[in-house]
Design a binder for this molecule. Structure first.
Ligand code: FES
Ligand code: FES
Length: 214
């Protein structure tokens, strides 16, 4: 009999309950349990950043986290961007920026790029080009459209600033603290409860290999 855990995740503002095996990766829980396929899988090894989501306000590569690690957390995926206050019922300025500045070609990296951009602008609303490039350095674009991606994030920063000014200077999007760590190629060691737990994907041997899909 399969050992499953019941998790409660607040995803894009809505509380969701799912049952998953302890080895289930967060990206698979989002895509397959919750049908949120905007979060992409490009490599399954922590290298490409296509699977980046915010967990309690911090960007993580969801192919490097177990779903059980996110139990009780607030998660933002690209599907939730339009629901943020800054979107004002339309596209979020980051989504608008990628449209206006042609920040995508095939679009496969775009969800991860938008979420990485969101994490940057939450922390640094007025980044320079080097800071933007640093912020998306964990996200690969196989179409190599980086120049326009940088411009898209600059567009969003300008737009957010002008909307905040029009709103009396109040920050439009709120941020949260992290419980899972920042985007990076290293996973976080956890004890999922399995005997001889390997400590997480990328940490030990194959007990937690959940396969992959794209
Ligand atoms: S799928 Fe490439 S970093 Fe997660
Ligand atoms: S737009 Fe194709 S991978 Fe980035």
């Amino acid at each position: 009999m399969t050992d499953e855990r019941e998790l409660t995740l607040t995803v894009n503002g809505t509380e969701r309950m799912i049952e998953v095996e302890p080895r289930r990766l967060l990206v698979h829980a989002l895509r397959e349990n919750l049908d949120l396929t905007g979060t992409h899988i490009g490599c399954d090894t922590g290298n490409c950043g296509a699977c980046t989501v915010l967990v309690d306000g911090e960007p993580i590569k969801s192919c490097l986290a177990f779903a059980v690690q996110a139990d009780g957390s607030e998660i933002l995926t690209v599907e939730g961007m339009e629901e943020l206050p800054a979107a004002a019922g339309e596209l979020h300025p980051l989504q608008e920026g990628f449209h206006e500045e042609h920040g995508l070609q095939c679009g496969y990296c775009t969800p991860g790029m938008i979420i990485a951009g969101k994490a940057l602008l939450d922390e640094n609303p007025d980044p320079d080009e080097d800071e933007i490039r640093e912020a998306i350095s964990g996200n690969l674009c196989r179409c190599t459209g980086y120049q326009n991606i940088v411009r898209s994030i600059e567009y969003a920063a300008d737009e957010l600033e002008s909307r905040a000014a029009a709103d009396g200077g109040t920050p439009i999007d709120s941020t949260n603290s992290s419980s899972l760590g920042a985007t990076g190629s290293e996973g976080k060691s956890i004890d999922c409860g399995l005997e001889n737990c390997c400590g997480g994907p990328g940490v030990g041997s194959g007990d937690h290999d959940d396969g992959g899909s794209s």
